[in-house]
Design a protein around this ligand. Structure first.
Ligand SMILES: Cc1ncc(COP(=O)(O)O)c(C=O)c1O
Length: 406
């Protein structure tokens, strides 16, 4: 991988010296650029950044300042969004299998609630009769970079099927809920505009059955290239095609209707890297392992989805390339950050920079094996600041009441 322009070898070494490793670094300039590109490509749409991709408050703040709202999936995401300064109207909550407590907590915050099961709708109706609500539908058209992230079809737990919609309307009527939004999200990591449009058309065809709509949310999922042979989507072409279809449907609908979109990965993926240090070089009969102080507990995507992340090592070593396996300290053979990379072998103490790690990186990090989650640093031009401190033993092991055995 080519070093990102905002985090070359010198800068990475300086941050590693200052904050230790491993750490995530984010470029606030890239965050702003991606947010603004979305706003420009979809000038009439409300863009709701899917904060599940990366909920660091500094990331949220950058996105908020660029004019985006947020898409949330849990009460605490809603709370954090409010704390960061998003207005209620800029927040949508898409609950999947929400508990009664979830529904009550989100309702208390006064944000738009988007539901995708008849049971949730019934329970929400009892809790908040007369409220506005949005429905997430599942129209059988899905896509994405891995089966785990495809969110359509009858084997998916998401969305209401078309045949459930009459009952959904009846439940809404019984509790005087006003259905003001229709929503779908077909999956994550989509590169084909045609697939997105194929899913959008049946969504727009549903409008006639819902007289009180204020918005239609076509979801997120915009693909970002990870592998060298993948190309970026033509965002402007996506903007033109989606807006055109939506505008035509809105004209037919005859009442003011807002287009909503909720990309996560597109905003933050390329604006983030994970920086680790080589701890151990180990050769087996078949493999050359580059062991680092990070791993699947910090970036689970390679283990979970067999995702490819570009990797660079600093300093550049002048030696013949070998097939390297980048791994971490976790007790699983699946603990891999990158597999079979033809690169010069780094030395112990060198830095490893894993690219495209801004989305679903720290957000999916865990304490597996009782390891701390890494620090997070925001880089803005020549400035940087720590935006989340590395965890210590007490952050991971909360039980302060444990007494040492005598
Ligand atoms: C409902 C919903 N909206 C938006 C997103 C964001 O997807 P992406 O990060 O691929 O844009 C997701 C991702 O899982 C989602 O479930």
């Amino acid at each position: 991988m080519k070093a990102p322009s905002w985090l070359g070898p010198r800068r990475a070494a300086a941050l590693a010296e200052r904050f230790g490793t491993p750490f995530y670094a984010y470029s606030s300039r890239l965050l702003r650029a991606r947010s603004r590109a979305l706003a420009k490509a979809f000038p009439s749409a409300a863009i709701r950044y899917a904060m599940k991709a990366n909920a660091n408050p500094a990331v949220l703040e950058a996105v908020r300042r660029a004019g985006l709202g947020v898409d949330t999936v849990s009460p605490w995401e809603v709370l954090l969004a409010r704390e960061v300064g998003f207005r209620k109207k800029q927040i949508i909550y898409s609950g999947n299998m929400p508990s009664d407590d979830d529904l009550a907590a989100v309702h208390r915050e006064g944000v738009m609630i988007n539901l995708d099961a008849l049971s949730s709708l019934r329970r929400y109706g009892r809790l908040a009769p007369g409220a506005k609500v949005s429905l997430r539908v599942n129209l059988d058209v899905g896509g994405g970079h891995h089966p785990h992230v495809i969110t359509a079809g009858s084997e998916s737990k998401f969305g209401l099927a078309p045949e459930e919609l009459p009952e959904a309307r009846a439940i809404a009527a019984e509790h005087k809920l006003r259905i003001v939004g229709l929503h779908q999200h077909i999956g994550s990591g989509i590169f084909e505009l045609d697939l997105f449009l194929e899913a959008l058309d049946p969504l727009l065809a549903l409008l006639v059955d819902f007289p009180d709509l204020e918005f239609v949310d076509a979801g997120g999922g915009f693909g970002v290239p990870y592998r060298p042979d993948e190309r970026p989507i033509d965002l402007e072409a996506w903007g033109r095609a989606i807006t055109e279809r939506f505008d035509a449907a809105a004209r037919r609908y005859g009442r003011p209707l807002q287009l909503m979109l909720e990309p996560g990965r597109y905003v933050v993926c390329e604006a983030g890297v994970l920086v680790a240090r080589v701890t151990t070089v180990k050769r087996t009969r078949d493999r050359v392992f580059v062991g680092t102080d990070s791993g699947m507990h910090h970036l689970i995507r390679p283990a979970l989805y067999q995702s490819y992340h570009p990797v660079a090592t600093y300093p550049l070593r002048e030696r013949a390339a070998e097939r390297l396996f980048f791994t971490g300290p976790i007790c699983e053979s699946g603990d891999l950050l990158a597999e079979e990379r033809a690169m010069p072998l780094p030395e112990e103490g060198d830095l490893v920079v894993v690219g495209n790690a801004g989305a679903y990186g720290f957000a999916m990090a865990s304490h597996y094996n009782l390891r701390a989650r890494p620090a997070e640093v925001m880089v803005d031009g020549d400035d940087w600041r720590l935006v989340r401190a590395r965890e210590g033993y007490r952050d991971v092991v909360r039980r302060r009441d444990v007494k040492r055995a005598k």
